[in-house]
Design a protein around this ligand. Structure first.
Ligand code: NDP
Ligand code: 8X3
Length: 252
């Protein structure tokens, strides 16, 4: 077996691009997400284009029992996870706090914070057993700044920023690296999900400038994941050239 990378949210966007890049870089992959059809397609592509092994895990990161059971029942050889990319996440809505939709809030908190915690709780003991490992959390510019209507999404990403720092301290005695990568605007399904399927609204977000693409983040993940054993990249903030902050985007 090659080194093993476990990617959450590999059915689309940044997670899918990470799987493609890491397979090229020589990793075997555990790919996960809720959409089984997408995992099947990706597994086919990865194994036909690379000399790698792939294990697909259909799971909803919000379901703690499912996460625990599916990770515990991985074949023994697949439990030797070297790299965990905690990527699954979403924003739902851009509603002011006073008009907030409780279900939207819960989806974001349950996925972005609790889901990341459930996955980490199940995978980190496997890394501790082997006294090695690397966890890369995909945070966001929204974990460093707050913008109008971003309230709860920004809070979840600030939480992931804090969890990254806490995890780094707790896992230090176990030789486990913890990193975070915080992208600005990346054109993926993110805005389609945020605007609940309204593709026209989603397209507007990336009109008039060149955003980041999923591949840009995947290349960054690969760089962070392939530093020598004695080097850890703690935190990267990566933005489109046309973006200076959450609220400053140069649109033509
Ligand atoms: P996409 O919507 O393209 O992909 C999101 C991925 O997360 C999908 O694979 C989806 O899989 C998975 N996911 C969502 N909910 C769950 C769940 N409950 N259980 C398991 N998997 C889930 O968005 P991105 O690729 O852009 O987003 C990836 C990460 O990057 C997110 O954490 C996002 O917050 C972050 N990010 C995105 C930015 C952007 O501008 N796009 C900027 C900064 C950070 P499925 O639906 O099959 O379950
Ligand atoms: C996604 C980037 O600016 O929409 O995390 O919050 S932003």
């Amino acid at each position: 077996m090659n080194k093993i990378a476990f990617i959450t949210g590999a059915t689309a966007g940044i997670g899918e691009a990470c799987a493609i890049n890491l397979a090229k870089a020589g990793f075997d992959l555990i790919i996960s997400g809720r959409r089984q059809g997408n995992l099947v397609q990706l597994e086919k592509r990865l194994t036909s284009e690379n000399n790698c092994k792939v294990f697909s895990l259909v799971l909803d990161v919000r379901n703690q029992n499912e996460v625990d059971q599916k990770i515990n029942s991985l074949p023994e050889v697949w439990k030797n996870i070297d790299l965990l990319v905690n990527n699954a996440g979403l924003a739902v809505g851009v509603t002011a706090i006073q008009d907030g939709i409780i279900d939207d809030w819960e989806r974001m908190i349950d996925t972005n914070i609790k889901g990341l915690l459930y996955i980490t709780r199940s995978v980190s003991p496997l890394m501790i057993e082997r006294n090695q490992g690397h966890i890369i959390n995909i945070t966001s510019i929204a974990g460093k700044e707050v913008y109008p209507g971003g309230n709860v999404y920004c809070a979840t990403k600030h939480a992931v920023d804090a969890l990254t720092k806490g995890m780094r301290i707790d896992l230090l005695p176990h030789n486990i690296k913890v990193s975070s990568i915080a992208p600005g605007m990346v054109e993926t399904e993110f805005s389609i999900v945020r605007f609940k399927g309204d593709e026209e609204k989603a397209d507007q977000v990336y009109k008039g400038f060149t955003p980041l693409y999923a591949k840009d983040i995947a290349e960054t993940v690969e760089f962070v994941a392939t530093r020598p054993a004695h080097v850890n990249i703690n935190d990267i903030l990566i933005m489109p050239t046309a973006q200076a902050s959450s609220r400053d985007v140069l649109k033509k």
